[in-house]
Design a binder for this molecule. Structure first.
Ligand code: SF4
Length: 315
């Protein structure tokens, strides 16, 4: 099998990591590389393992996404379901499995396959006991599913599978991406379909609105334009805030796509400053110490990589 190469790539979440803390980007993109191999160093192995860590918010997001798609498929098969049915069929088994794997530390044997939760691993940084969080998580997920069934599904129920665009996810090999000049840009919309001579792109959100969500949708628009050759005025994006039951929908323009291009290009240029010779083709990182640590302990307490930074942070 050919050796995997750590090519330069960009995504909204990589931009978030990099802008919040340079060192986090170093651990997540470079130090972890090859950490899955038997001959990996202890540092590579740890960085790889920590890069796979989840937390209750990512877990809730994943659970809602699974339930929403399950309910959509049921509707397409002419079956009506309730929020409780979606919870029992999809969410409960998923949350139980992740929770138990994390509690039993099954990730020690295989961090890619088994869930490790920040709330268990760094329990000292979480004021509430992990068990107290489960009730809140379940209520939030049920609230989101209820709003989806009531407010979103009636409009989506008539969409047929043949109208949908296939979207590669992280569980199916290399996730969805497109190329912007020399850069591989990862963009994984939750759901996209053609209707009314337009492409509609939806993203399910289980948390509160953030400014970065609009950037994310602009990048999805660029994905539709560059990968599927759809003009801006035929792309409509929908941010589904399922906890509040509100939807932000808007059509895109050429200005929106230019905005997305600039956003990616400027962010890539900043990241390239941390590579030898600024060369994204070689993608060789500067030495670790050149990637600054965050000065914000609140950020560090929520970060997967705290264990690796701890000696320097304490010094
Ligand atoms: S623990 Fe803090 S300094 Fe280290 S990577 Fe995370 S945010 Fe950055």
């Amino acid at each position: 099998m050919a050796e995997l190469v750590n090519i330069f790539s960009w995504s909204i979440s990589a931009r978030e990591d990099f802008s919040e803390c340079r060192r986090r980007r170093y651990w997540a993109k470079y130090a972890m590389w090859n950490g899955w191999k038997e001959q990996a160093s202890e540092l590579q192995r740890t960085a790889y393992r920590l890069s796979k860590m989840d937390n209750r918010f990512t877990l809730m997001g994943n659970a809602v996404e699974r339930a929403v798609m399950w309910a959509l498929r049921q509707r397409q098969a002419d079956r009506t379901v309730t929020a409780d049915q979606a919870y029992e069929a999809v969410v409960k088994p998923y949350l139980n499995q992740c929770w138990n794997e994390s509690r039993k530390k099954l990730w020690q044997a295989n961090p890619k396959r088994h869930c490790c939760l920040h709330e268990h691993y760094y329990a000292a940084f979480h004021r509430e006991p992990a068990e107290a969080m489960t009730g809140q998580m379940i209520s939030q997920v049920k609230l989101c599913i209820g709003h989806f069934l009531e407010k979103v599904l009636p409009a989506l129920g008539a969409i047929r599978p043949e109208q949908e665009l296939a979207i590669a996810t992280t569980g199916t090999g290399d996730p969805e991406s497109f190329r912007l000049e020399d850069v591989k840009v990862y963009a994984i919309p939750d759901y996209a379909y053609r209707a009314d001579n337009r492409l509609h792109i939806h993203d399910w959100k289980s948390g509160n609105p953030k400014p970065v969500h609009r950037d994310q949708m602009a990048v999805y628009g660029l994905w539709a334009n560059l990968k599927h050759h759809i003009p801006a005025d035929q792309i409509r994006v929908h941010l589904e805030y399922l906890a509040s039951g509100t939807t932000l929908s808007n059509g895109l323009t050429d200005a929106d796509l230019n905005y997305a291009r600039c956003l990616v290009t400027e962010s890539v240029a900043e990241m390239a400053e941390y590579l030898e010779g600024g060369d994204i083709r070689k993608n060789t990182p500067l030495p670790r110490d050149d990637w600054e640590l965050s000065a914000d302990m609140h950020l560090c307490e929520r970060c997967n990589f705290y264990e690796l930074c701890q000696p320097e942070l304490q010094a």
